[in-house]
Design a protein around this ligand. Structure first.
Ligand code: 9MR
Length: 342
């Protein structure tokens, strides 16, 4: 009796301080058991876990099975790029992107759009335009595509990769850049007008290391946009890592410094070349850096299986070509669950 009494007293006090659920609620074991998918584990920390999808692979049951089970957010890998959506000036082709977007929406997933304006993957008609004609075509593209997807795309990468690599932090030369420095803010304003509900992001690579000139240049641009009321809500750090370009030691600092500008931050195209325990540890470090910053709101990996990757030979993803989860998958899931299995 004495033992029983003290046990119930202990239970009562744990319930009072909120460590145990009240009687009748789900058991403590249920509440703390680790989530078993990337999407569910990320959601518990208030974040999303997403993936880049190639529409033509949706008919592959292994591919679609992993996508449907593990990921909450989808980025069409190529179907929303300029050459795909406006192959002929003024004639828009949405069917390939719609296939991915409709699949995601049907399954209750959210969509990240990538990219309204990029120096690469441009249709040939665009390359022949200059000056005011190019500026007008560019803004018309943003308006038409963002308006078509209004309400279905949660976040747009409006513009991507406008800074050059190297020590100067200068803008990359491109046809858009040659229309004047203000082309980026003009694009953000056009996107906001066309779809006021979508979050608008800037997206770039090699901006994960805080001390790099390119990182500093993007940070300055975003700070300037925020100061002048240019509508920008988020920054995507692509996060393509290799042995020569590893997850930087100051990754969380970079994420925190972007977030301090008042924008959300996402790891927008994460992949890390390698294999086994080393790759798993590198994934763990990348995920942990995001989890360290409240405004790091989500992570997208750039493909499902290694064989789906734009650099398949580097085996940079979470699933092997058979669809089996790799050690990197386990490390990511464990990190999202709070690292309990470490
Ligand atoms: O993974 C994409 C690959 O399938 C395309 O051929 C390529 C060109 O459109 O783009 C790749 O994705 C890129 C992304 O759109 C922007 N950041 C770099 C990605 C890897 O090159």
């Amino acid at each position: 009796m004495r033992k029983l009494l003290s046990a119930s007293l202990i239970t009562a006090s744990l319930t009072t301080v909120g460590l145990l659920p009240p009687a009748g609620a789900a058991s403590a074991t249920t509440l703390t058991s680790p989530a078993t998918t990337l999407a569910a584990a990320a959601e518990r920390s208030g974040r999303y876990f997403g993936v880049a999808v190639q529409g033509y692979k949706l008919s592959d049951p292994t591919y679609a099975g992993i996508l449907d089970r593990e990921f909450a957010v989808v980025t069409p890998e190529n179907e929303l790029k300029l050459d795909a959506t406006e192959p002929v000036q003024g004639r828009f082709t949405f069917a390939p992107a719609d296939r991915v977007v409709d699949h995601a929406v049907r399954l209750g997933k959210r969509v990240r759009g990538q990219t309204l304006l990029w120096h690469s993957a441009q249709p040939s008609w665009l390359a022949s335009l200059r000056g005011a004609a190019l500026r007008q075509a560019m803004l018309n593209h943003v308006t038409q595509v963002a308006a078509h997807y209004r309400g279905r795309i949660q976040a747009w990468d409006v513009v991507g990769e406008v800074f050059a690599d190297g020590p100067t932090g200068a803008r990359r030369d491109s046809n858009f850049q040659r229309t004047g420095d203000d082309w980026i803010e003009a694009a953000f304003r056009a996107a906001r007008a066309a779809d006021p509900g979508a979050k608008l992001c800037y997206n770039d690579y090699n901006i994960e290391n805080w001390v790099h000139a390119k990182t500093q240049a993007v940070h300055r641009m975003v700070r300037d946009f925020r100061a002048r009321g240019v509508p920008i809500d988020c920054v995507g750090l692509q996060s393509h890592f290799t042995a020569n370009h590893p997850v930087p030691a100051d990754f969380a600092t970079t994420i925190r410094n972007f977030a301090a500008l008042g924008v959300d931050v996402q790891l927008s195209e994460l992949d890390i070349e390698g294999s086994g325990a080393t790759q798993a540890e590198n994934y763990r470090r990348a995920v942990t850096a995001c989890l360290a910053v409240d405004r790091c709101t989500g992570i997208t990996v750039w493909g499902v299986r290694d064989s789906d990757s734009w650099r398949a030979s580097g085996t940079p993803l979470l699933f092997d070509p058979t669809g089996a989860p790799k050690p990197a998958y386990t490390a990511v899931l464990d990190s999202l669950n709070g690292g309990a299995c470490r």
